[in-house]
Write a protein that binds this ligand. Sequence first.
Ligand SMILES: *Cc1c(COP(=O)(O)O)cnc(C)c1O
Length: 359
Amino acid sequence: MRVFNFSAGPAVLPEPVLQKAAAEMLDWHGSGMSVMEMSHRGKEFISIAEKVEADLRALLAIPTHYKVLFLQGGAIADNALVPMNLLRGRSVADYVNTGEWSKKSIKEAGKYCAVNVAASSEDKKFTYVPAQDTWKLSSDAAYVHVCTNETIGGLEYQWTPDTGELPLVADMSSHILSRVIEVSKYGVIYAGAQKNAGSAGLTLVIVRDDLLDCALPITPSVFHWKEQSAAESMLNTPATYAIYIAGLVFEWLQAQGGIAAIERRNIAKAQLLYDYLDHTQFYANGVRKEDRSRMNVVFRLSDETLDEAFLKGAKERGMVQLKGHRAVGGMRASIYNAMPVEGVRALVEYMQDFEQRNG
Ligand SMILES: *Cc1c(COP(=O)(O)O)cnc(C)c1O
C-alpha cells in the first residue's frame, strides 16, 4: 500500500511515472533492454535525452539563448560550481541570506571569493524574504545569488528580484516546475531533480549563453558549463536513468496541463494547510504570510511534548516524513507537484482530529 509521503527530498513521485517506469523496466520501447542498460551514446538514449530537454524547454518556456545542462553533484556541488563558473575575474559575489540553504551557499562560496551578504532575514529567524529595496548590492559583484525556496524554513520568493546588469543566480531545487517563472530574468537557475523533477543524481542547470565561458581555469571539466554544453552534457556518463525519470515527470506535467495548471493546484493545496494553521492556536507557522512556501509547509505544535505522538498517529494513518528538519525542529509537510490534494486533505483532517483529542 502506498503512503502519503511528505518527505522534503527525495520525495513523492507521480504514480503514473512509477508505473510507466515499471512497465518499461525490462524492455524500453522494443529495444530489448532497460534504460539503465543503454549506452548514453546510443541512438535510443540520445532520443530520450533530446526529448527530455525539449520538454523541459517547453514547460518552462526557456529562451533559445539559454543552455540546459544535465549534470551531477546536486545543488550542493553547485554552491562551489557557481562561483567557479561565474567569477570571471571578479573577486566578490552578492548573496541574499534567507535560511539554511542560503547559509550553505554563502559558506561554500567563501572558499572562492569574497561574499557580500546583500540582505538577510536571520534577525527574525528567517521568517521573511527581505524586500528588494533593502538589498545592498555591490557594484563590482560577479553575480547575485538567491535561494528562491528555502526547503527547511518554508520560505518562498513570490516575486522575481531585479538585479539589473548583475546576473541573478537562483537555487530553485525545491520549487522548480511548481510555478511559472520568467527564465529571462535569471542568469543561471539550478536545481537538484529529487524534489520536483524525479530522482536523485541529476542536477538541472539553465545558463544564459553569455555566462557560459567565464569559468576559473581550475574548474573540473565535468563541472565546466562551457565544456559540458559543447559536449551536450555527455563529457562524462550522465545520470542516464535519472534523466529518463525526469522525462517521465515532464510528460506527466504536460498531461496535467503544464506549469500554469500545476501552479493553480499547488496554490490550492498550500491554501488548505495555511488556512487551517491560521485558524488554530494548537499549531503555528511563523513565516510572514506573503513569503510562505507553497512547497514546504512548516508548523509547530504549541506543546512540543506531543510531537512524537503526532508523528506516530500520522504514520498509523499512512502519512509519513512529517518531521521537520533537524536544524529547526517542528513539523514540515512537503507538498510538491506529485502530492495529490487528497494527501493534503487527509493531513488537515488528521491535524484537526489530533487537536480535538489533545487540545
Ligand atoms: C535539497 C536542496 C539542496 C541540496 O541538494 P543536494 O542534491 O543534496 O545537493 C540544496 N538547496 C535546496 C534549496 C534544496 O532544497
